[in-house]
Design a protein around this ligand. Structure first.
Ligand code: NAD
Length: 356
């Protein structure tokens, strides 16, 4: 197949892990006979340094034109003092807005070989395989804000339409999985959550009557994520609850460096990135874990390009490398040697199957 893929390496370890992700994309294209046109563009601090704007119009145009976008990470201490609208993170928000990606999807599947790397008891991690879907463009982060010397206000708003479109993504994912959705809210306190829950009850009964639906309060969900993580299949929730729960859930997998994510719109387009940031503490040392980025490539192949076999091959190659004992420093077994970003990428590329 032919596809245009935008590559936005960004800052810090972003270019290091993206380099390995692109190598895997190239290997897949070669082995399976696809033509992936890869076009690179600037985002975040790198764009600010070069063009004085964190999300240049050329980058946004490319993202709109491309079939999918692979992003590294943005930000870093170098840009701590720049004004709000020029911050590297603003570049990412502008990119998501330009692509209208309203659902952030994070699979959390702790690999058997890494169970020891999680702070959670190993026996609780057996069989954990969940996807957290976070609403990305509404809620308290985007409501009206006011500040005086002694008081502050953040308004939280949701519309039925915003809720339905993210619930639909959760429903579609659950259909392809174990058929269970947990909708998380705070309906005992918040009016937006009462709307969320009533829309969710109505929507799932109408559009996905075959799914098993559970409604949990966010405080209970935070507890159950640690006490019974294997019971979850698809979790769907609003922006701020999702922000917090996805970071909590990431600890089940051992390291931030392991986890991929996709930000999706109503169509096939998506922005794919590892969940971690630019990791300035290890940037430039060649020791970052590229697995989250490479697993994001697998999500890109599966969702935006409908290449299921290729996606599964990438995931198998990542898990195969872990099974063979390859470990970057963040997931290294105490006392054992670790490999570099490049060596981990080599081990994964070597595990990809030969094409026809
Ligand atoms: P971070 O995710 O960059 O790093 C947190 C810790 O995890 C660090 O100790 C880091 O070394 C480690 N880590 C992260 N990814 C790793 C990997 N692939 N391999 C090995 N270790 C890894 O979070 P932070 O330090 O809070 O943020 C640093 C910068 O990144 C900030 O400017 C922040 O705004 C930005 N950020 C960007 C994104 C994004 O681009 N989507 C997300 C989060 C943070």
């Amino acid at each position: 197949m032919d596809a245009l893929i935008a590559i936005l390496p960004g800052d810090g370890i972003g270019p290091e892990v993206t380099h390995e992700g692109v190598r895997v994309l190239n290997a897949i294209a070669e082995q399976y006979g696809h033509r992936f046109e890869r076009r690179e563009a600037l985002i975040g601090g790198a764009a600010l340094d070069a063009l004085d704007i964190p999300a240049p119009e050329a980058t946004l145009d490319l993202a709109r034109e491309a079939d999918a976008v692979l992003l590294g990470a943005v930000g870093g201490p170098k840009w701590n003092d720049v004004p709000g609208d020029k911050r590297p993170e603003r570049g990412l928000l502008n990119l998501r807005a330009a692509m209208n990606t309203f659902a952030n999807v994070r699979p959390v599947v702790p690999h058997e070989a890494l169970r020891g790397a999680s702070p959670i008891k190993e026996e609780l991690l057996v069989g954990v395989d969940m996807i957290v879907v976070r609403e990305l463009t509404g809620g308290i982060y985007f409501g009206e804000k006011q500040r005086s010397a002694d008081s502050a206000t953040d308004v939280c708003t949701y519309t039925r339409e915003e809720i339905v479109r993210v619930l639909r993504i959760a429903g579609q994912l659950a259909q392809q999985r174990k058929g269970r959705v947990t909708s998380v809210d705070k309906s005992n306190v918040l009016e937006t959550s009462r709307l969320w829950q009533s829309v969710a009850r109505e929507f799932f009964a109408e559009e996905f009557p075959e799914l098993e639906i559970e409604h949990l309060l966010v405080d209970a969900a935070a507890m159950h994520l640690l006490s019974r993580p294997r019971d979850f299949d698809v979790i769907v929730t609003e922006n701020m609850f999702g922000d917090i729960l996805t970071d909590e859930a990431s600890m089940l997998a051992g390291s931030m460096g392991m986890l991929p994510s996709a930000s999706l719109n109503a169509g096939k387009k998506g922005l794919y990135e590892p969940i971690h940031g630019s990791a300035p503490d290890i940037a430039g040392q060649g020791i970052a874990n590229p697995c989250g980025c490479i697993l994001s490539v697998a999500m890109l192949l599966r969702h935006s390009l409908s290449l299921e076999a290729e996606a599964a091959a990438v995931e198998a190659a990542v898990f195969g490398a872990l099974d063979q004992g390859y470990r970057t420093a963040d997931i290294a077994i105490a006392g054992a040697p670790s490999v570099t970003t490049r060596e981990m990428g080599d081990a994964i590329a070597a595990g990809l199957p030969a094409g026809d």
